[in-house]
Ligand binder design. Structure first.
Ligand SMILES: [Zn+2]
Length: 286
């Protein structure tokens, strides 16, 4: 991408340098309730498990020193701010067609640990969107993982990740997220997972919709960018992640979709630029 001279979003909350301070020990009911709440919300509680069971009573405190970012972190922050701004332009233009006014999400930059309205989260779980406070949480060190662990370098790979999380915000604004949560409450575990996959693939498709609009309306993309995004979609499919972490693939536990599915839906958004093409809920084939 060519981000020089592009507008940078101001909807960024910089919480880097904040550290957790233990104010109590032992978990317990609160932690368990919190995990139950996540499940109800359709959020995979597993990444939160460590924190919820080990450090239930923690508050975040700003360290005395202001956060010193490295040159690379500054670059990651700038890419993030430009991509976020461009998603704002895209969705502000697209959503009125669906009778919805786009209210941009806030993106929280953090490192290591962060407190969201959905609970405490660790960087290790990757970027996420919390529907309760309508914020996207991002530790930009994930972009290093993307490049080093998952073999998906490049700023458009980063953009895909951000646009995917913004896609969840769009689902929230359109009421899709709420409908899925309600359906998941009545569903079996396998069915609830299948619904999560459809949600995730739709967010991938929305990321593609953004990419198309960014390319067409603002010429943000450069040669090779689409390939970078597709590589990232391939890299962070559940099958790949499961293989890396467990050494095997368990389709019932998929909550994001396979690499092939993620690529297919991201591409669908990229090719059409139309959110209506992202109906993963009635699609016969995912
Ligand atoms: Zn997602």
């Amino acid at each position: 991408m060519d981000i020089r001279g592009r507008r940078q979003s101001t909807n960024i909350e910089d919480r880097r340098g904040m550290r957790p301070v233990r104010t109590g020990v032992g978990l317990s009911i609160g932690g368990l309730l919190f995990l139950g709440l996540l499940t109800l919300l359709g959020i995979n509680p597993l990444p939160f498990l460590g924190l919820a069971t080990k450090e239930p009573q923690v508050t975040m405190e700003q360290s005395a020193e202001p956060y010193q970012e490295s040159a690379q972190e500054a670059e990651f922050r700038q890419v993030t701010a430009v991509v976020l701004a461009d998603t704002e332009d895209t969705w502000t233009a697209l959503l009125p067609k669906y009778g919805v006014q786009y209210v941009p999400p806030t993106l929280v930059l953090f490192n290591d640990v962060v407190q969201s309205a959905c609970g405490m989260a660790e960087s290790a779980m990757g970027p996420f969107y919390c529907p309760l406070d309508q914020k996207v949480y991002l530790d930009t060190s994930f972009f290093n993982d993307l490049r080093q662990r998952f073999g998906a370098p490049g700023d458009f790979a980063q953009a895909y990740v951000i646009a995917h999380e913004v896609g969840h915000h769009v689902q929230n604004l359109l009421g899709t997220a709420e409908q899925v949560r309600a359906a998941q409450e009545r569903a079996s575990r396998a069915e609830a997972n299948a619904l999560s996959v459809r949600m995730e693939l739709q967010a991938d498709c929305y990321a593609g919709v953004w990419g198309r609009n960014a390319a067409q309306s603002r010429q943000l993309l450069e040669a090779g960018d689409v390939e970078e995004g597709l590589r990232a979609a391939t890299a962070i499919g559940d099958d790949r992640i499961q293989k890396m972490t467990q050494g095997r693939v368990v389709p019932d536990a998929f909550t994001h979709g396979s690499s092939e599915q993620r690529v297919r839906w991201f591409r669908k958004g990229l090719e059409t630029g139309d959110p209506a093409a992202c109906d993963t809920f009635t699609a016969q084939q995912l």
